[in-house]
Design a protein. Sequence first.
Length: 120
Amino acid sequence: MSREYAEATEWPSDWLRAALGLAALRTLENGPSYGYAIIAKLADAGFGTIKGGTLYPLLSRFEQASLISTEWRPGKAGPGRKYFTLTDTGRSILDHQRRDWANFSHVVTEHLTPRKGTQS
């Protein structure tokens, strides 16, 4: 999905709430990142614009649950940045939830697909 499509589409907030945690963990799967970069990667993936006021409390909860760890790194030309890293526990949760989400999304898609000759 293109970033342009995501910017033109405003997903219902309850859909984003349901998917954002899993998507944020997925974004950290390939290595440490900082908040603004996570937001940009989510936008590039088609989630639209995620506000820091939505992402940072989620990351804080993940840190408290030991799903991610944090580290301050000095900035090259400006202030330092807080980097977030997926922990082994977070990676395990991501793998488990990824399978569960695939099953759940299949159930939802099947339920929403119109059937020939049937009424709702």
